[in-house]
Design a protein around this ligand. Structure first.
Ligand code: HEC
Length: 168
């Protein structure tokens, strides 16, 4: 039969539990990696799945983001992804998953890491890293040392992706 705990014993147990919860709340298990590439804004990758904080202070512009997704020399996302909300544009590829409902499936931070450097999530992915300069084997000199998208363009695209919900 379980014995009743005395007051002080209970207090000690509660204190231990509280300390444990505080550790969890602090994200004792969260691994934060700081990344700073030459010429790019620094950012933090959390647990190799997310960049929770925006790259810029200025909020993203969803309308501009939609344009960047379509334009071939910028995002060119439709080459690989179907997005029903952009049905008026031709040539939606099916190499990557459909993004029509992406806002219901991923957090903003997860989207940001996918755009900045999807190789962190999947080293074998064929999706381009849009905000990197290291590790890119570009042929054209004019592209060397420049990411495909600027930090603000990444935020614009994320603002657009956040509007993509199949159930509206
Ligand atoms: C060359 C093809 C290609 C291009 C271009 C491309 N992607 Fe991807 N993308 C993929 C593939 C393939 C995946 C599947 C996951 C993987 O490979 O790791 C993916 C995954 C994603 C995911 C995760 C979706 C999920 O449900 O898991 C998002 C979000 C995403 N891409 C957004 C974009 C956006 C936005 C652009 C344009 C800025 C873009 N992609 C351009 C190929 C591409």
């Amino acid at each position: 039969m379980a014995r009743k705990r005395t007051g002080p014993q209970r207090m000690a147990l509660l204190a231990t539990a509280a300390a444990g919860m505080a550790l969890l709340a602090q994200g004792a298990s969260a691994e934060v990696r700081k990344v700073q590439e030459k010429g790019l804004k620094p950012y933090e990758i959390v647990d190799d799945i997310s960049i929770p904080k925006p790259l810029t202070d200025k909020p993203g512009d969803a309308k501009r983001g939609a344009e960047l997704v379509v334009v071939r020399k910028k995002g060119n996302c439709l080459a690989c992804h179907k997005i029903q909300q952009l049905d008026e544009f031709p040539f939606h590829g099916e190499i990557g998953p459909e993004l029509t409902d992406v806002a219901n499936n991923m957090s903003e931070g997860e989207m940001r890491l996918r755009l900045v450097n999807p190789k962190v999530v999947n080293p074998d992915t064929i999706m381009p890293a849009y905000y990197r300069v290291a590790g890119l084997h570009r042929v054209l000199k004019k592209f060397q040392g420049k990411p495909i998208l600027s930090a603000q363009e990444i935020e614009d695209i994320i603002a657009f992706l956040k509007t993509l919900k199949a159930t509206q």
